[in-house]
Design a protein around this ligand. Structure first.
Ligand SMILES: [Mg+2]
Length: 415
């Protein structure tokens, strides 16, 4: 909390003055102010009332790009010579992105921001896998925000129009696992998830390497490295995970979907054993068992073998940059569900393209999400409204914390 307040102060000091940021951002093409949450954890997409300056006949030009660290995430603002500004946001806990955002300034000044693709062709080649695609992705989203405002339309209209009025999101619970947790404790954990007042219909829980079990559960792996982020699984480790999932399902019931964020870290043979052992629980998906979070490679061959070996749906993709790097996964049906993050993959149009390509290959899509940022969630809702019918839900890690933090940190920020 302290560090967030410090960041807010830094953001204000950096640029001077105090303005009501949220009020300004809420009238944008991303429709931040148009968002509502119903009791089924769906983001409601309004029809518009987008207030914008009418597009002038003269070509609109980018005049500056700014970045402030608000609530520990990089918030991007692109300004133009016609007074229209665009906002976007990098994932929480990546304050180090600021200089990377500003790096692209010289490529953007003087460009017409409403020609989104033309601008992106200048900078897209200068990004990479997570987290080095984040700055490019945030700029893409801010460009769409400007394009929407200039046209007087919500961004979903520019992406092809909405096919749904409500966009489902799922909740990820990243509660730290205590060292003395035993599998039966997960019954109460599941009960508490189910009792969430937001009425989520899908939860994702970190289990395995992603849940820190390799570091907190004795004899979980045969690994003997200090980090224990990867290693061969013991029989005890396998049974421990299965028992935890069984307990969670007992508490959660079968009317709510459960997905597991599991890796990366499993050996291929262990991943196959785990996926098979978890088949009785009808899980939504197993995420990133082999590669994923912060691994700058894909390993489609291994995912093909894993996916063919089990009826439990497999999922990956949050670290992958650009549509081209999803091609092999999709062409070869290497996983059942893709999980690109619009804040890492290159933006919302990039996500839309991957969703469409996955759909014509019989695969589903459940995008990875920003931790708690209202601007990032607004962008997810805009593109989510336009995604094809293979769309499951986007990740919304913490509505409650997110709203509280945004209210706390945006009232007096100027970027
Ligand atoms: Mg993940």
């Amino acid at each position: 909390m302290k560090s967030h307040l410090k960041n807010e102060k830094e953001a204000i000091d950096d640029h001077g003055g105090r303005r009501d940021f949220l009020k300004k951002a809420s009238i944008g093409g991303l429709g931040i102010g148009m968002l509502g949450v119903n009791n089924s954890s769906e983001i409601i997409i309004g029809e518009g009332n987008v207030q914008s300056k009418p597009a002038a006949s003269a070509k609109i030009k980018i005049t500056d790009i700014r970045c402030a660290i608000i609530a520990n995430s990089a918030v991007v603002r692109i300004t133009t010579d016609q007074g229209i500004t665009g906002y976007a946001q990098g994932e929480t806990s990546k304050p180090y992105l600021k200089p990377f955002v500003l790096f692209y300034k010289d490529y953007l000044i003087g460009e017409d921001p409403t020609n989104v693709e033309r601008v992106m062709m200048k900078i897209r080649r200068l990004g990479s896998f997570k987290p080095w695609g984040s700055a490019v992705s945030a700029i893409e989203i801010a460009l769409w925000d400007i394009a929407g405002k200039a046209a007087g339309l919500p961004v979903y209209k520019l992406l092809g129009g909405k096919i749904r009025d409500k966009v489902r999101c799922y909740n990820t619970n990243y509660s730290s696992r205590k060292a003395d947790t035993v599998p039966k404790d997960y019954i109460e954990f599941g009960v508490n998830l189910k009792a969430s007042k937001y009425g989520f219909t899908i939860f994702k829980v970190a289990v395995g390497f992603h849940g820190g079990m390799s570091r907190t559960v004795p004899n979980f792996t045969y690994g003997n490295t200090d980090s224990r982020f990867r290693g061969p699984l013991t029989e005890y480790g396998l049974k421990y995970m299965v028992d935890c999932v069984a307990a969670m399902k007992e508490g959660l019931g079968d009317s709510i979907g459960l997905a597991l964020d599991m890796g990366p870290g499993f050996m291929l043979s262990d991943a196959i054993r785990v996926a098979n052992a978890l088949e009785p629980f009808n899980l939504m998906w197993l995420e990133d068992m082999l590669t994923g979070d912060y691994t700058p490679y894909v390993m489609a061959d291994d995912y093909c073998e894993l996916t063919r070996s089990t009826t439990t749906p497999t999922h990956t993709g949050e670290q992958i940059y650009l549509r081209q790097n999803f091609r092999e996964l999709i062409d070869r049906h290497a996983v059942r569900i893709l999980g690109p993050d619009p804040e890492d993959v290159g933006g919302i149009a990039e996500l839309k393209w991957i969703g469409e390509y996955a759909d014509i290959h019989g695969l589903q899509i459940a995008p990875h999400g920003i931790f708690s940022g209202v601007i990032g969630n607004a962008a997810q809702a805009q593109v989510g409204a336009t995604m094809p019918e293979n769309y499951i839900a986007f990740e919304c890690s913490s509505i409650e914390q997110g709203i509280a933090r945004i209210e706390m940190h945006t009232n007096n920020c100027n970027i």
